[in-house]
Structure formats: structure tokens, C-alpha cells
Design a protein around this ligand. Structure first.
Ligand code: NDP
Length: 343
């Protein structure tokens, strides 16, 4: 039985591939170019269970047709992680909304056309962005959970790249649920989504440590490379989850029955920039004086200074403890320092 992982070169997807290979699945990944495919195959040590296909641009609704024409008979599981995640965007519609939505709808249409009775489970990597309501973030009496949807519209979300990204995840996820409901009699697969908050943790391979990292890890990396005088923003509240937990969640999402039809929301609590800085200064003596000290008391770890993200239902379904903030930051930073020859 083979698992198809879209966007296999991505930060999260590489962890998913690693976990799948550990559990002896055959994995076919997709990437935008042959060079990226070859590089990942090499990084995974030419594992005999791992191969790659080129899918150049998921904005094309037919992008995945060839994959299912060719491999439809051997694939049983599809994990759709590919989606643009960056904020360096001029045209929100073209660069975020269309690839996110067409990528999701396109892969489901390809399954329907070429492997409706073969694919058993589909997991779409959505996001807490599909749930977030920016107007409620500071409201301590408000609770976000898997029943809620980001209220931004196709038009309103185009005001800035952050809103555009979050809404791209909402529209893509909604397209998946709508497709599934409308095609339940035509396709065999069952659908689940994974909706992570901000994801930290090491890259699978040290060689992926670059000057600028993937969007979510850049939040830590930018502090590491910013010098001691960068301003510390105590209002930079966000929620975190470790990438290794997200990978585990993707596997359990298709391995278990109790995940069918579920949105799995993963968060391990609130943090702000000061909390990252506190871990850097406490756990990495060599960084003291090279990164800001800020005011250690301004950290918010373990407290609720705004709306709550309730992922108790997901925790019950998944049944494992999430990796804590100290470990996720420690492991991220250790790898960056190691790659730079400083650890
Ligand atoms: P990455 O940027 O590392 O991975 C994104 C992947 O999608 C890459 O493989 C990228 O290809 C591919 N991709 C992006 N746009 C296109 C396109 N137009 N055509 C084909 N492929 C494309 O980000 P993450 O690993 O962090 O994100 C993976 C998924 O997780 C995304 O769906 C993201 O929205 C979601 N997510 C991430 C969170 C986080 O904090 N990291 C939080 C919540 C959700 P290439 O390598 O060629 O650019």
C-alpha cells in the first residue's frame, strides 16, 4: 500500500515522509521540479520505499491527473500538504488563494476521475488559520475550537498577506469538505483535516538550515540572526505546536477510524517573542549578549492572555502528549547552531 504526499519537500511534509518510512509504508512524494525530487530522494538515503514525481504547479486544476492515472492502482492514502505558506506576496488571489483552493479541489477531482474506488483515506493539511477570527484574539472569554471558521470573505482577506494566507486555508479546507459531502457516493475515501497552529521544531535534515528558513521557523531564526538590539514585541502572542507532533497526527489521521470527518486542531499553548528569547538565554549560554534579553517577566508561556484555543477533542482522539515549548525551541535552535558550526 502506497501513500502519496504532496509538497513532500516542505518542512512539515518531510517529517511526515520520515515517519511513514519508519513505519514501513511505501511513499510517493510530489515536488515542483526534478531537482527538488532528486535532492529529497538523496536526503532520504535512496530508501527503496520512497519515490518522487514532479507536479509543477498546483494552481492547475488538472495538476494531479497524471499521478492518479499512473499510480492510482497502488495508492490507498493521500496526504495533501502542498500549499503556499509565505507572506511575501503581491497578489493574494493569484499567489495564495488560487493555488491553495485549486490544489485541494484539483487533487480530489483527480482522485474522482482516476481512482475513486482505490483511495481510502485523504488527509488535508489545513491550519488554525482556517478557524481564526482576528477580532476575537484578545478576548479572554472567547474559545476557538474545531467547530469555528475564519469569518474573512474572498474579498476581505485580500487586504493583506496574513489574512490572505489564513483565508486561503479556510477556502481550501471548505472546498475539501464540500467535495467530500457532494461525492460520498462516487468516491471511496474518507476525509480528515489537520489544523495546526504555528509549527516549530527541527528540520528533518541539517542541510535545510538556510539563511532564511521556512515561514514558521523563521520566527526563531530571525531572533538568532537579528543581533542583541532587535526590538522585542511583548504583544506578539501566538500558539505553538511541534512539527513532530504534526507528523504523528497526519499518520494517525488516516490510521484511525475515530478521525474520519474530523478537523484535528493541534495547539500546545500560547507563547510570545519574549518566551523564545527566555529559552535562548537560559538554555544556550553561548547566545547571551548575541540575542536580546528583553524583559524575562514579559513571557506568557503557560498563561492565557487572550482567546483560548481548545483542542481537547483532538487530544482525546490522538491520545498522545504534545512536545513542550522548551524542547521544541531547544531542538530548533540546536540544529541551527550545529549547521552553522556553533554547537
Ligand atoms: P513549506 O513552505 O515548507 O511547505 C509548503 C509546500 O507546498 C512546499 O513543498 C512547497 O513547494 C509546496 N507548494 C507551495 N506552493 C505550491 C504551488 N503553487 N505548487 C506546488 N507546490 C507548492 O511550509 P510548511 O511545511 O510549514 O507547510 C506545509 C503545510 O502546512 C501547508 O499547507 C501550510 O499551510 C500548513 N501549515 C503550516 C503551519 C506552520 O506553522 N508551518 C501551520 C499551519 C498549517 P516548494 O518547496 O517548491 O516551495
Amino acid at each position: 500500500m502506497s501513500v502519496f504526499v504532496t509538497g513532500a519537500t516542505g518542512y512539515i511534509a518531510q517529517h511526515i515522509v520520515q515517519e511513514l518510512l519508519k513505519q514501513n509504508y511505501k511513499v510517493i512524494g510530489s515536488a515542483r521540479s526534478q531537482v527538488k525530487c532528486d535532492n529529497l530522494i538523496k536526503n532520504f538515503g535512496y530508501n527503496k520505499n520512497f519515490s518522487m514525481v514532479v507536479v509543477p504547479d498546483i494552481s492547475e486544476l488538472s495538476a494531479f491527473d497524471e499521478v492518479f492515472q499512473k499510480y492510482g492502482d497502488e495508492l490507498k492514502i493521500v496526504l495533501h500538504t502542498a500549499s503556499p505558506f509565505h507572506f511575501d506576496v503581491k497578489d493574494v488571489k493569484k499567489e495564495l488563494l488560487i493555488p491553495a483552493c485549486n490544489g485541494t479541489l484539483g487533487i480530489l477531482e483527480s482522485i474522482k476521475k482516476y481512482a475513486p474506488d482505490k483511495i481510502e483515506r485523504v488527509v488535508v493539511t489545513s491550519s488554525f488559520g482556517a478557524i481564526i477570527d482576528f477580532t476575537k484574539l484578545d478576548d479572554k472569554s472567547f474559545t476557538f475550537d474545531e467547530t469555528l471558521w475564519n469569518p474573512d470573505t474572498w474579498e476581505s482577506c485580500q487586504s493583506n498577506p496574513v489574512s490572505g494566507y489564513c483565508a486561503s486555508k479556510k477556502f481550501a479546507e471548505q472546498a475539501a469538505w464540500d467535495f467530500w459531502k457532494q461525492n460520498k457516493d462516487v468516491v471511496k475515501f474518507k476525509l480528515s483535516t489537520v489544523n495546526p497552529v504555528h509549527v516549530f521544531g527541527p528540520q528533518v535534515f541539517d542541510s535545510d538550515i538556510k539563511e532564511t528558513m521556512n515561514c514558521s521557523c523563521e520566527v526563531i531564526n530571525s531572533i538568532l540572526k537579528g543581533g542583541p538590539d532587535i526590538p522585542v514585541n511583548p504583544n506578539s502572542r501566538n500558539q505553538f505546536i511541534d512539527v513532530r507532533d504534526i507528523a504523528r497526527a497526519h499518520l494517525l489521521a488516516f490510521q484511525r477510524e475515530n478521525t474520519i470527518g474530523k478537523r484535528l486542531v493541534l495547539s500546545c499553548g500560547d507563547f510570545n517573542q519574549q518566551d523564545i528569547i527566555n529559552v535562548l538565554n537560559t538554555d544556550f549560554p553561548s547566545l547571551r549578549g548575541k540575542v536580546p534579553a528583553g524583559n524575562p517577566e514579559n513571557g506568557i508561556l503557560g498563561t492565557h492572555t487572550g482567546a483560548i484555543v481548545d483542542c481537547s477533542k483532538t487530544k482525546e482522539i490522538l491520545g498522545f502528549e504534545f512536545i513542550d515549548f522548551k524542547k521544541t525551541v531547544d531542538d530548533t535552535v540546536e540544529q541551527v547552531l550545529r549547521a552553522h558550526g556553533e554547537f
